[in-house]
Design a protein around this ligand. Structure first.
Ligand code: HEC
Ligand code: HEC
Length: 160
């Protein structure tokens, strides 16, 4: 049973909220994902972007970057039973597949011991490696490569 003071509090809260009027938020105050579409209108969904599948390895922006996947991976099974990625990227498969072997770090456990098989830490490839799509950029990337920073510093030092 609710006591009387709780009931009074609840009913006064109801009255308080009933007094509010909700002003709609303007579309342009929201994140860019709506592309400026008014909030009360349904935008036409844009087509699903195509995965870049050009088989050309892309630049690495810093030495520890997991390289981007330069091929389509749709439907590649990676679970307890099968790791489709390893059917091409494992040490024993690269001769046939001509894929680059996963690097030696992928065979290391966290103590730095080399295992015969892929380390469980590296099993789920898509945790770190991603494909790219030809979609429009929503947020500009302002990342500056280490070399660009060094070059800017050298130019500033030499007064250029
Ligand atoms: C049918 C064989 C095959 C399968 C399966 C495959 N790959 Fe590849 N992968 C390649 C080949 C060949 C290349 C070299 C570039 C190219 O030809 O696309 C490559 C390149 C890569 C690279 C670029 C390496 C670099 O140094 O730039 C990454 C990362 C990669 N694959 C990750 C994956 C992941 C993750 C999966 C599973 C989701 C996968 N691959 C499945 C054949 C394969
Ligand atoms: C925890 C993150 C992580 C996971 C998971 C992971 N990788 Fe990597 N991978 C990296 C990083 C970082 C590099 C670059 C530095 C290095 O070689 O360790 C790399 C490098 C590679 C390369 C390039 C090797 C070379 O010598 O050029 C290939 C190919 C690759 N990974 C494939 C895979 C595949 C296939 C899987 C899944 C079986 C996988 N990776 C899982 C982080 C990861």
């Amino acid at each position: 049973m609710m006591n009387k003071s709780t009931l009074t509090l609840l009913s006064s809260l109801v009255i308080l909220f009933a007094g509010f009027s909700f002003t709609p938020i303007k579309a342009d105050e929201l994140a860019t994902l709506r592309y400026g579409e008014p909030i009360d209108q349904q935008a036409r969904p844009s087509p699903i972007p195509k995965v870049i599948d050009e088989d050309t390895r892309s630049k690495r922006n810093y030495p520890m970057q997991p390289p981007l996947i330069p091929h389509d991976t749709r439907g590649y099974q990676v679970d307890l039973a099968v790791n489709k990625c390893m059917s091409c990227h494992a040490r024993k498969r690269v001769e046939e597949s001509q894929a680059p072997m996963i690097s030696v770090t992928h065979y290391m456990d966290r103590e730095g011991n080399f295992l015969a098989e892929i380390s469980p830490r590296r099993y789920f490839c898509n945790q770190c490696h991603v494909t790219q799509t030809d979609s429009r950029i929503t947020v500009e990337n302002e990342f500056e490569d280490m070399d660009e920073l060094l070059r800017a510093r050298t130019n500033a030092d030499s007064g250029n």
